[in-house]
Design a binder for this molecule. Structure first.
Ligand code: MG
Length: 383
């Protein structure tokens, strides 16, 4: 039988560049403008570079582990609330909506969104604080930096290079999360879309999760300016709502309103400043961001969430228990490295014992850390 696949693949090969030329704005980062990869690779016959990056990230072990890592609330509280993976998917969803509306490069946006929290250790920021303290003498630990180490070094899926060999735009975008220095210029608009979506996602879903878990009452949230304003907006469309309906409608409104607000403000800025290339967008202050009015309201909400949710006694008790567990494991494994699994032991000669233990602990999921803690507790000292 004749090879009928060749013509259609050839057609698709043209379509990455053609499709982007037809669909993307001049200020979007087109795949043809990519600065490429550290280790040059031939182009894929029908997947664009950022599509490949996205696929490489999805197939990592670090990505799969996000499903059992804490966003804010640990797994013992039930199954309703977000995990680090579902948060990541919400960020990808919101940022792609922003990207499509502004004709940005959605493949690049999705890859950036999927990588943005890849470096989180078990137990969220509680775990990060422990590792940062334990590793202070050798540069500390930050989840944003660790995401880069994962994709550049620790994930070994290919025989001819370390890490995933992602496009430079993904690495630079993630580096922006590490540094955030205003004098280095603004990041690409695709990076800005992911940053804005991250903020929209966690502001909204942390409040929703806290309501579901009974850590907050909706009346308290309605006293914050953002929720009060959202309540005003939905009152125009809905008369009386039962509390559960009210919560669902409010959450929908909060996301929709925040996205619409930043799209309106970004479109206005793009037109006003006549932004016509990715470089032009990088030379001005960030364009994809909440309007000043909404930014102030979001800041108030974040202060409220910090005091009432992130510092809730229940969350704090979990934080203390998780930190004690990680502290003990770090101390035990650095004094008895023979207890490390063999693949971790092999890395000690290259990166040193402390970093090896840090990387090993950072890879664990919440439940993996609990299992590992129990395993170590079962091994007598000196064994
Ligand atoms: Mg995030």
């Amino acid at each position: 039988m004749a090879d009928s696949s060749a013509p259609s693949i050839a057609l698709a090969m043209h379509s990455v560049a053609d499709r982007e030329r037809a669909l993307l704005a001049p200020y979007a980062l087109h795949s043809s403008q990519s600065a490429g990869r550290k280790y040059p690779e031939p182009e894929h016959p029908y997947r664009g570079p950022f599509q490949r990056d996205r696929d490489r990230i999805v197939h990592t072990s670090a990505y799969r582990r996000l499903s059992f890592k804490t966003q804010v609330f640990t797994g013992d509280l039930g199954d309703y609330h977000r995990t680090r993976l579902t948060h990541t998917l919400e960020v990808a969803s919101v940022s792609r909506t922003v990207g499509r509306a502004l004709a940005l490069n959605e493949d690049l946006i999705e890859a950036l969104a999927l990588v943005h929290d890849l470096g989180h250790p078990p137990f969220g920021h509680a775990g990060e604080d422990v590792l940062n303290r334990c590793l202070a003498a050798i540069g500390g630990f930050s989840h944003n930096q660790h995401a880069l180490r994962l994709v550049e070094e620790l994930e070994t899926r290919y025989h001819n290079f370390p890490g995933l060999n992602l496009s430079r735009e993904i690495l630079t975008g993630q580096s922006f999360r590490v540094r955030k220095t205003p004098d280095a210029g603004s990041p690409l608009l695709e990076v800005q879309a992911v940053e804005a979506a991250d903020s929209i996602a966690y502001d909204t879903h942390d409040a929703d999760d806290a309501l579901e878990l009974g850590l907050l009452a909706i009346d308290a949230l309605l006293e914050t300016p953002l929720w009060a304003a959202a309540h005003q907006r939905i009152r125009r469309r809905f008369a009386a709502l039962e509390p559960d309906e009210l919560r669902r409608v409010l959450l929908h409104e909060l996301i929709d309103w925040q996205v619409s607000d930043l799209l309106a403000s970004a479109s206005h800025q793009l037109a006003l400043l006549a932004i016509d290339s990715p470089d032009a967008a990088r030379s001005v202050r960030p364009i994809i961001a909440a309007s000043r009015e909404l930014a102030e309201q979001k800041e108030e909400l974040e202060k409220f969430l910090h005091a009432r949710v992130y510092r809730h006694p229940h969350v704090l008790a979990n934080r203390i228990a998780a930190q004690a567990m990680l502290d003990e494991m770090f101390a035990r494994l650095t004094t008895q490295p023979e207890l490390l699994p063999s693949d971790a032991k092999r890395r000690v000669a290259t990166v040193g014992l402390a970093r090896t233990v840090g990387d090993y602990l950072a890879a664990l999921t919440d439940r993996g850390a609990q299992r590992e803690h129990a395993r170590l507790a079962g091994r007598r000292s000196g064994e």
